[in-house]
Design a protein around this ligand. Structure first.
Ligand code: NOJ
Length: 583
């Protein structure tokens, strides 16, 4: 008996009788017993990298008016919040993560009037706004730093971490972006070293100084008064430091989070921030990074502790960070482990990409023309069917792919450029280095949004700051909008499904078929509503036996036209993603 004959084929026609994927689900939050329901748990965040979203003035850099032009598009995605990377005044050493004025808009992005109009446009459409707060460090062009470095007795001296050279060299600290890897930069002006965990143009602010903390709270209030709905706290796990800067064990830089994260007074500062800012407005805050243990992560977001509301961990992003790709086991274990740690208390974020990593489909799916669409849809199904607030990175709703630069001259990112110099000086194998960079560099995820098939994908009339991926004539928003089977239209169905089904937000997660080599299977259960999610992570057909399949009531979403299902078994097609409702 052939496979096709053995399995019942649920075709599109059959689905009409059986319950089809476009059927509006019926549950509502009020009909189920949800403890601690919160709007920010129920939301879907769309992340916009403003440099790369849409340019309206021809300078090759995206701007706020570009976002304003696309507000209806953003609304059409079914997302409920926008997180935008920094758009404050900045010398742009690290694309805005080096802020020189926290209350001013970077001129290439527009004006404060543009910001106000954009925020209103989002709010008018029922979409919240999440501000990126970059306060582990500022730019070295910030007035605070200019003052601070001017002399040892300047009132701003203690806004940053200085180590006077008369005390000798400070103990080694590793810098993530420095070309020598050294986080202490000597400044002859006052014969002292200052600390920079990132680039030397990004000096670390001294959070142990109460005046610095008050400055930050005032900045957050300034934006909260304007109406922002959330804060994403950049590199926040690093802010509190032991200012004696003790000697760290050799090789500590291989586990920076352990040695830099969750400094001595971090929780105290967060409670202060909560009292001063977060509790005063209907806002939430999410920290980038959660320390290195579940306890750390819990303590940050435990509602009873009044610190943060959400956090995101890096372990999901660490999967697949090598030339050898990753295994489904690693992937599934990370998400299962983190879900179970937060099953009773606390809340996490779910994401597969952002501006610091490669494109989702290139890293976790398959970006070949044959499988790009199916695997993008499958990965979006994952993000939008897990517990935790989902973050969807701009362009992933289209299935945009890595650009795969080959030569170091093509890169714009300081992490890539300085990392290359460091690797060279250490005598590393530069071919391997470039190959790794090509797969994993941050610029892969920063190429301009592909709006249409015209020049530069309709992103700009000028020369884009980073080249547009050549595949834009095939992968673009205009084309996908018209195609009912596109990645984009599947994404819209999937956000609708999540928005209308509290089980996908609050439901318990249970892993099934724990060791299946290619299929990630789980249920989400809330009260008497249960959904079964099946994701084929491979480019071949995958068979799976599951008792739950006997109780399938209807298909709620499917990235293929059909499902090959038997009594208690199913054959999934390459990168197929199906969600069933279970009786
Ligand atoms: C994390 C941000 O996501 C990244 O883009 C930036 O380079 C570093 N923090 C430093 O601000």
């Amino acid at each position: 008996m052939t496979m096709i004959r053995k399995y019942l084929i649920i075709s599109a026609a059959f689905l009409v009788l059986f319950g089809c994927q476009d059927q509006a689900p019926t549950e509502s939050v009020s009909s189920v017993d949800v403890v601690d329901a919160k709007w920010w748990k129920e939301g879907i965040i769309y992340q916009i990298y403003p440099r790369s979203f849409k340019d309206t003035d021809g300078d090759g850099v995206g701007d706020l008016r570009g976002v304003i032009e696309e507000l209806d598009y953003i609304k059409s995605l079914g997302v409920t919040m926008v997180w935008m990377n920094p758009f404050f005044q900045s010398p742009n050493v690290d694309n805005g993560y080096d802020v020189s004025d926290y209350r001013a808009i970077q001129p290439e992005f527009g004006t404060m009037a543009d910001f106000d109009e954009m925020l209103k446009g989002l709010h008018d459409r029922g979409i919240g706004f999440v501000l990126d707060v970059v306060v582990n460090h500022s730019s070295n062009q910030h007035e605070w730093f200019k003052q601070s470095r001017s002399s040892r007795d300047n009132p701003y001296r203690d806004y940053y971490h200085w180590w006077n050279a008369d005390k000798g060299k400070p103990n080694y600290r590793y810098s993530l972006f420095d070309e020598k890897g050294d986080a202490w930069k000597y400044d002859s002006l006052s014969d002292a070293y200052y600390l920079h965990y990132f680039a030397q143009e990004q000096p670390d602010l001294n959070w142990e100084n109460p005046k610095v903390r008050q400055e930050v709270y005032d900045i957050m209030k300034f934006w909260a008064e304007k109406g922002v709905d959330g804060f994403r706290l950049d590199a926040f796990q690093y802010v509190s430091k032991d200012t004696t800067f003790p000697l760290l064990p050799e090789g500590f830089e291989k586990d920076v989070i352990k040695y830099y994260g969750m400094g001595p007074n971090l929780h105290q500062y967060l409670r202060e921030m909560y009292d001063e800012v977060l509790s005063q407005y209907d806002v939430f805050a999410v920290s980038e990074g959660v320390g290195s243990t579940f306890q750390d992560a819990h303590d940050l977001v435990d509602a009873d502790r009044n610190e943060l509301q959400l956090a995101y961990h890096f372990q999901g992003m660490d999967v697949g960070n090598s030339l050898n790709s990753y295994t489904l086991d690693e992937f599934r274990n990370v998400y299962t482990k983190w879900d179970s740690a937060f099953a009773e208390k606390g809340w996490l974020s779910i994401f597969l990409a952002n501006h610091d990593v490669p494109r989702m489909v290139s890293k976790f799916g398959n970006d070949s023309p044959e499988f790009r669409a199916a695997s993008s849809k499958m990965l979006n199904t994952f993000i939008l069917s897990m517990r935790g607030t989902p973050y969807c990175y701009f362009g992933d709703e289209l299935g945009m792919t890595n650009i795969y630069f080959k030569s170091i001259d093509q890169y714009q990112d300081i992490a890539a450029i300085n990392g290359y110099k460091k690797a060279m000086s250490e005598g590393q194998d530069m071919d391997v280095y470039l190959e790794t960079l090509s797969l994993l560099s941050r610029d892969n995820g920063r190429t301009p949004m592909q709006w249409n098939g015209s020049d530069h994908a309709g992103f700009t009339q000028g020369t884009p700051w980073l080249p547009v991926n050549e595949n834009y004539t095939d992968i673009n928003q205009e084309k996908e909008d018209k195609d009912p089977l596109s990645v984009l239209n599947f994404f819209r169905k999937m956000t609708r499904l999540r928005n209308e089904n509290p089980v996908l937000v609050y439901g318990d997660y249970k892993l099934l078929a724990e060791t299946h080599p290619t299929v990630y299977a789980y249920t989400r259960t809330l009260g008497d509503v249960q959904m079964l999610v099946l994701l084929n992570f491979s480019e071949t057909n995958s068979k799976l036996q599951l008792p739950e399949l006997e109780s399938v009531a209807k298909i709620v979403i499917n990235n293929y036209d059909d499902v090959l299902i038997g009594d208690d078994s199913i054959q999934l097609q390459p990168y197929q993603a199906v969600i069933f409702e279970i009786k």
